[in-house]
Design a protein around this ligand. Structure first.
Ligand SMILES: C[S@@+](CC[C@H](N)C(=O)[O-])C[C@H]1O[C@@H](n2cnc3c(N)ncnc32)[C@H](O)[C@@H]1O
Length: 293
């Protein structure tokens, strides 16, 4: 696959370079009791590049010189690539609660790569970082969350732009599949698989404006792992406002009243521009997501 945008081709070269170096590091066993994270995140970075390229956008414009945080970073491959790709400052976060010793392993890789990324152990559910980030990446985490909406509501407070990637169930209704303990790779930490429409509603109700949202992968059956489908979302955090009636904080475009007070005063439930169709010329493997009406 050849990318159209030269900048994306350059970032793919960086991705392959970092991958080769990390593969070499991972060819030796890590010191016990640590373990290598059993998966790779390289395909996640590749998907983001391919997605931007399909939309005629240069991924470098998103990250160049920007402070980036990689939430649920696992072995931080995305972080190491972002740093190499020109991000201003990169912070990798994950939680010992779910991934014991993840930070020891990432520190080891960081030292061997000569990288400067920050490493913070934090559960994003209640993480209140002292700094604000230009771009937050939250990739492959949401289906591990018992309270995904709470996580989106946390994310909107800590970044200007969110890149979200998660597993989706291709179905038209705004619903989620709830996993039993065996249905999703036999991994008890997997909980919910929303439809694209459900996820759009969740992201918007958390206070983001969705800029780009596309599904790629298989048929999206939630329990047939060979048909895994993923969604990528680029969203902008809306600034907080205070309801002119009750003073409650909210994030919603086009209103001066919070959602509690809008119906009482007869405010329109639709906002121009909010639910417009995604770009019409998406390539076959990226299908546009229905609007959230
Ligand atoms: C499937 S991996 C995704 C790794 C990488 N981001 C990628 O896309 O390839 C999910 C990661 O999210 C982390 N995670 C899950 N819940 C989390 C939470 N509440 N706070 C921080 N990290 C979390 C897990 O420990 C795991 O490392």
């Amino acid at each position: 696959m050849e990318f159209e945008i030269e900048g994306n081709r350059a970032l793919l070269a960086k991705l392959l370079e970092v991958k080769e170096q990390i593969d070499l590091i991972r060819s030796e066993p890590p010191p016990p009791p640590t373990q290598w994270y059993p998966y790779t995140s390289v395909h996640t970075s590749f998907s983001m590049l391919a997605w931007f390229d399909k939309h005629g956008r240069d991924f470098a414009d998103l990250i160049q010189g920007k402070s980036c945080v990689d939430i649920g970073c696992a072995n931080a491959e995305v972080s190491f690539w972002l740093e190499r790709a020109g991000a201003g400052r990169v912070t990798a976060t994950d939680t010992m609660l779910i991934a014991p010793y993840w930070d020891v392993v990432v520190r080891m890789i960081r030292n061997k790569l000569g990288s400067q990324i920050g490493i913070i152990d934090a559960d994003v559910t209640d993480w209140r970082p002292p700094e604000h980030y230009d771009v937050a990446f939250c990739l492959g985490l949401l289906y591990h969350a018992t309270a995904p909406q709470t996580i989106l509501e946390r994310l909107v407070t800590l970044c200007d732009t969110l890149v979200l990637g998660t597993k989706v169930w291709r179905h038209d209704d705004p619903v989620q599949w709830v996993y039993n303990t065996q249905e999703c790779n036999g991994d008890v930490t997997n909980w919910f698989c929303p439809t694209p429409t459900a996820l759009r509603r969740m992201v918007e109700r958390a206070g983001f404006r969705v800029e780009m949202m596309d599904v790629h992968g298989g048929t999206g059956d939630p329990i047939d792992m060979s048909q895994d489908a993923r969604i990528l979302v680029l969203a902008t955090a809306l600034p907080p406002k205070f309801c002119t009636l009750c003073g409650r904080m909210f994030r919603e475009e086009g209103y001066t009243l919070c959602a509690y007070d809008q119906p009482r005063l007869g405010a329109s439930p639709t906002m121009p521009g909010r639910d417009g169709p995604a770009s019409p010329d998406l390539a076959a493997e990226f299908e546009s997501v229905p609007s959230a009406t």
